[in-house]
Design a protein around this ligand. Sequence first.
Ligand code: DOR
Ligand code: ZN
Length: 425
Amino acid sequence: MQLIKNAQILLENQLITKDVLIDQGKINKVSDHIDYANAEVFEANGLFLSAGLIDVHVHFREPGYEYKETIRSGSQAAARGGFTTVIAMPNLNPVPDSEEKINAQILLNKANGLVHIEQYGALSNGLTSTHVTNIEGMSNAGAKAFTNDGKGVQTADTMLQAMIAAKHVNKPLAAHLEDNTLIHSGVMNAGQIAERLALPGITGLAESTQLARDLVLARATGVHYHVAHISTKESVSLVRMAKKEGVHVTAEVSPHHLLLSEESILLDNAMFKMNPPLRSQQDREAVVAALLDGTIDMVATDHAPHGEEEKQQSFLEAPFGITGIETSFQLLYTHFVKTGIMTLKTLLERMIDAPATAFQLEAPTAVVEGARADLALFDLENEYEIETNEFASKGKNSPFVGWKVYGKTIATWVDGKIVYKDNVK
Ligand code: DOR
Ligand code: ZN
């Protein structure tokens, strides 16, 4: 038994102080005052206790790229960010693109994960876009959803066949949108800033044209189609239109597309290099508005750790991707909730309820009796500075280093067990 004393929990848009009793991995009781002689007490001192956050887009790199991240380090980073359930991407080596490989990956995630790790199956063999994988077999083996993330699906027929199969097993298909014929070796958003830095640009059309194709196919097949890391205002309009027309579509946006734009790129600094790239200020405003009005359903980090030396290279050479799972709640709480743009309730809805519903997860969405005790305790009052030496992730590639934020994770529980505790506690 564990007893969390004096935690603030969110009830109908208000923070109320409660005690929370945990027994056998579940919340046994939530009440104004609980005394339980045999419980191990955790004094929360008025900190904010939430259901654990959910991230449907993380890269944990194992097997294949353990120098960037392992399942252990990635899940430690997740816990340090306040996340208790994640869905891991399949751009690994080997790519989990068959029933056997999904089985092996799920076992590996279970053996090494400190949080709940669900797994995406690859939508095409080796993420090549050419042959659709055995989606039904992988679904039976436990794959939670399917994607080609890391690369766009270049042929309409591959996407169509994958959608038919995903619809058949009633699981979501998540799309990384990138038409290779429009990329032209680009490394950042096409526009004046790319020109000033003499770097090749990636047009937003590479994303939105493939999205338009996919939405037509999604309507025809009835699949649940999920847009990964949406980044342009044109994509937002397309999703808004498709939702109005009854297409089963959901969308995620990353913290960096909500908080940064191409204008943040002052120098050739690959900490700002990711795919899709940081877009224009107008695009940024469009994704923020869409997250507020629900056109974009959820936040997902696209946590993409890389080696230190890899990311010290120039924009032309460095790999795409930045870490995100240890800073996302904190950045969004600081910049959207504290500033009054979004309520805490809405932010949590976009980081817990929406992903849980869209991806049919068993994760709890509130601190209530009977729920699985996946919990995160945050300090909303004290400011701290984001520093890479504090990261649990092997990846130190964050453009947010030095930013001052609120919402530090003080402790995280998974199935009622503490998996992360801040060192001040
Ligand atoms: O920036 C990115 N990094 N975008 C992706 O789609 C893949 C990811 C990675 O795997 O590093
Ligand atoms: Zn992607």
